[in-house]
Design a protein around this ligand. Structure first.
Ligand code: FES
Length: 111
């Protein structure tokens, strides 16, 4: 695992998500009430950019394409897209999550 600097703490206000490049991937950095979290940025359904989604109930991200919802802290699927044909193509799959640390106002992610 390697550690990457992604942004400053103030770059992502509480209740928001932004995407950053780290280690050749794009990760989503979420700032929730209790701190920062990171997941893969591409939706595990059909790869939509999750940073363009909506944070629901302060702890879930809803994908902008087919409204699959994931727990931001664990990556678990809370509500899978309701498209029977697409379900046949893409089975339910959790998001990868990555440890985030904040030091002196700088945000780091481990991949
Ligand atoms: S691409 Fe995210 S729900 Fe389909």
């Amino acid at each position: 695992m390697a550690r990457y600097h992604v942004c400053e703490e103030d770059d992502v206000p509480i209740g928001k998500v932004k995407a950053y490049k780290a280690g050749g991937r794009t990760v989503a950095i979420f700032h929730l009430d209790d701190g920062f979290y990171s997941t893969q940025n591409d939706c595990s359904h059909l790869f939509a950019p999750l940073h363009k989604g909506t944070i629901i109930d302060g702890s879930q991200i809803e994908c902008p394409y087919h409204q699959t919802r994931f727990d931001i802290r664990t990556g678990a699927v809370m509500c899978w897209a309701d498209h029977p044909l697409l379900d046949w193509i893409r089975a339910k799959k959790a998001l990868k999550t990555y440890p985030v640390t904040v030091e002196a106002g700088q945000v780091f992610v481990e991949l």
